[in-house]
Design a protein around this ligand. Sequence first.
Ligand code: HEM
Length: 202
Amino acid sequence: MTSQATTQRPTLRSQRVNQITNEPHAKLDALVKAHAPFDTQASFARFVVAQYLFQAELVSLYNDAALTAIIPDLPARCRAEAAKADLADLDTSVPAPVPGAVDNPTQAQALGWLFVSEGSKLGAAFLIKRAVGLGLSETFGARHLGEPAGGRAEGWKSFVRTLDSLELSPQEEAELDKGALEAFNRFTVLLEQAYANSAELA
Ligand code: HEM
């Protein structure tokens, strides 16, 4: 191996996906903040609508048998029910599905989506602290941001360890990246939609 090849050798797979989603993450972070979800419960409820829709679209991936063979605790990681309970706590009705959900992804692509959904639990550690300021908690209104069973850091580390240990072809690596980027795009769409609908209702 040449020294150039050594320098160019990708870091861990999870680090690569992290890198390529850095910019979409920064944009989404800014977009979330622009909607000031922690100013009022009404604004937070719109954020939960987006979170619920995103999680609801991923239910079939979290319960996929082949993916669960790779990540045994995958079904327990799903937050669709928690987000649904948050909606009820916030007196907000369950939103209708928004066209354009992920449909029949390849396994590697699905792992890219799950990477983003699981990674979002890290930012949730910061978000739940703000939600407490609105009188909410991991047992009321902000359940989906709560500490996962077994711990936030450990849950993420074990997901990443598994992801990094898989044998993937170059095509699958590309599908994984694609899935992660699609997930960020999708959350952005759902967030915009959630707040646009609140403007219509106002
Ligand atoms: C739908 C996907 C995601 C959403 C909506 C999201 C949202 C956010 C927001 C709003 C913050 C800012 C929290 C604050 O400053 O109060 C944040 C922080 C954070 N997010 Fe995400 N995130 C997502 C995905 C990810 C992914 C995939 C990762 C890791 C791979 C990640 C890792 C982090 C970390 C470590 C922080 C805290 C420190 C920092 O800002 O870098 N997030 N996230």
